[in-house]
Design a protein around this ligand. Sequence first.
Ligand SMILES: [Fe+2]
Ligand SMILES: [Fe+2]
Length: 173
Amino acid sequence: MARDILKTLKDEHDKLRALFEQVKDTTDRAVKSRAELLEQIEDNLIPHAKWEEQVFYPAFKERADREGLQTLAEAYAEHHAVENSVIPEVHQAQPGTPEFAGRVKVFGEFVDHHAKEEEKTMFKMAREMFSAEERAQMDEDYETWKSSDDAQKAVMNEKAKAVGAAARQATRQ
Ligand SMILES: [Fe+2]
Ligand SMILES: [Fe+2]
């Protein structure tokens, strides 16, 4: 089967859903596994989200009609809410607490909702907008980018930002 960026992005959504399910199965005593799972979630989510924002969404925007542009605006708004509010709140909680469990649950619900919207609306539109060759090319470019220094830097920056934002929120309280 030919490679397809839409399939790769969908598979990554499923991977994230599975990781959030695993967190749900942990107890407050599973401090280490919760911290490790959060790390894995971020390592999977950040390259995905950054690449969507930097490459996929702009390419989508160029060909979108009015409905597509509205869908795109929703997607960006959801990315920003997760980046600026949901993830910092998770980092503000200690993994061995009910607060952490509750906030990660909300994080997972945001990601699942957003992923569903992409799959049901945006990716459906994208399948019409981009040829199979274009989708295969995007998939290759994405794979190359993921193993680049730029991608590593993006992950490190985002993680540092989340921790910094959490620290700022904590001092405000
Ligand atoms: Fe997204
Ligand atoms: Fe996505």
